[in-house]
Ligand binder design. Sequence first.
Ligand code: NAD
Length: 243
Amino acid sequence: MSENKGIALVTGGAGGIGAACCRELAKAGYRVGIHYRSSDLSAKKLMEELPGSFLIKADLSTEVGVDHIYEELKALGGIDVLVNNAGMTKDAPLMRAKLADFDQVVSVNMRSTWYLTKRLGRMMARKSAGRIINISSVVGSTGNAGQSVYAMTKAAINSFTKTCSLEFAHYGILVNSIAPGFIETPMTESLPEEEKLKIIERIPLGRMGKPEDIASMVRFLATEGNYCTGNTFHVNGGMYGAL
Ligand code: NAD
């Protein structure tokens, strides 16, 4: 670990992209809060790997879970970087999709991001500084057959990012989102091999992304990017670019 840059929290920090973000931010000098919901073993292993890091266990889909994260960080004196990374998907063609799945995906991807950002944004405002990085998805811009709810929540994250950047600029808080393309993580490993090959054909760089490809953009937005706010940064091997 290099110089002490403060505290960074990564939600879903024990997962694919989340763990890479934790490693990268720890390398950049942050004391990293690894938030997780149920992966006790991998979260603990990651904490042992990263000096100064700590664990926060909470179900983000509940108000109590978010409030717990707030209290833990308050006890540590606040937060400098928030990476809203936790997310989930329940894929189905719209005509067969279930309302209960809609509610669950919205509550994790959208509602919890809104509520956690509201609570921790206030904490950052008291320090007149902070960085908030929301992990969105390329499908929030392109849509994707079978992902009506997921894509909708990710588009909402991009819009939320813009609004937060406007409300928080005054407090010195920069807010951006990163829209990954297809990344090799537990979320994509269940895709059939044939489907993966079709995806790779659409990627000019000819491969799926690695969690580290997203983590390096997270580090840039946390430690540099001093004039960047309200943007969605696409990291997808060239398969999509906003004009
Ligand atoms: P992942 O499944 O490894 O990570 C998702 C994390 O979210 C897990 O750690 C999980 O525990 C956590 N989570 C889910 N529901 C939760 C809840 N109720 N409370 C607390 N935590 C909860 O998958 P990943 O690919 O690393 O996904 C990370 C982020 O990147 C997600 O927001 C995802 O939508 C986004 N993303 C992934 C890809 C991809 O191709 N893998 C592409 C675009 C965007």
